[in-house]
Design a protein around this ligand. Structure first.
Ligand code: ADP
Ligand code: MG
Length: 265
């Protein structure tokens, strides 16, 4: 049974979409099967970040009963699967977010991780994204409005019976005036899953001809390293293990190939 984790913040622009794409790809690189869902119905941009602009059938079409779920699932980088969002404002009003729960539930059997890119605010789309998840990962920046909004979101989650497993502090500059990691932990009463520095490479990932999340485009960037570490924290699996496994699997593949030639003779 896969884990459904909603990346959510209250405040807009804290890096939910950035984290969903990069942590999702990192989990896939660790060997997990991963589905990313863009649940930010109004500001859908996860597909842009994944470099997948042409995804005509979306979560909305499924929510409106216009399309089958299978037709809205696309292949993303590193073997991830992806359900895009995005629709005209008019049809947006007709969407029943409550349906999301019933859409996601049967998918749990097919994936190790389902990451939901949540919307900002507290409207019914936010409630739907939270309701459709099992766990919440709060995304904040080290300023008081963002931390306050993350706290409100955590409380909303609690009321819906969903636990916040941790918080990611994004846009860290280590400047005077930033709220410290320990203070954020005390305020939100959840462990800090990672601190991601403000890093020009994150924005640069958008500016290339081919848009590509930072963990793929620039794996050595400080933000990429931090986001991979968050994926490790979530899964409890170290990346070094994966590298070893990869080596073995290449050797195993070669061996099998050789053996098959021998067997044929
Ligand atoms: P949200 O989904 O919460 O609205 P986004 O992931 O879209 O936030 O991020 C908002 C903007 O900030 C984007 O332009 C993104 O590229 C940029 N950004 C996110 N995280 C970082 C970071 N660690 N360093 C620099 N820019 C970042
Ligand atoms: Mg977003």
């Amino acid at each position: 049974m896969g884990r459904v984790i909603c990346l959510i913040s209250g405040k807009g622009g804290t890096g939910k979409t950035t984290m969903t794409a990069n942590i999702g790809i990192s989990l896939a690189e660790q060997g997990f099967s991963v589905l990313l869902i863009d649940a930010d119905v109004a500001m859908a941009n996860l597909s842009l970040l994944l470099g997948m602009q042409s995804s005509p059938i979306t979560l909305h079409n499924v929510l409106l009963g216009e399309a089958q779920l299978g037709d809205a699932i696309y292949d993303g980088p590193k073997g991830i699967k992806f359900i895009p969002s995005g629709l005209s404002l008019q049809s947006y009003r007709r969407v029943d977010p409550e349906k999301m729960v019933s859409i996601i539930e049967p998918l749990k059997d097919s994936f190790d991780f389902i990451l939901i890119d949540g919307p900002a605010g507290v409207d019914k789309t936010v409630l739907a994204a939270i309701q459709a998840s099992d766990e919440l990962l709060l995304i904040t920046d080290p300023t008081s409005p963002a931390v306050a909004d993350a706290f409100k979101t955590k409380v909303i989650g609690q009321r819906l019976g969903k636990k916040a497993i941790g918080v990611v502090i994004n846009f860290v500059r280590n400047e005077k005036g930033e709220i410290s990691e320990s203070d954020i932990m005390k305020m939100l009463e959840v462990p800090v899953y990672g601190k991601v520095p403000e890093d020009p490479e994150v924005r640069r990932s958008f500016m290339q001809e081919k848009v590509m999340p930072t963990v793929l485009r620039k794996p050595s960037a400080p933000a990429a390293i931090a986001m991979r570490a968050i994926a490790e924290r979530i899964s409890g699996k170290k990346f070094t293990q994966q590298v070893v496994e990869k080596k073995e699997s290449i050797i195993t593949k070669l061996l099998n190939k050789l053996l098959s030639i021998f067997k044929r003779k």
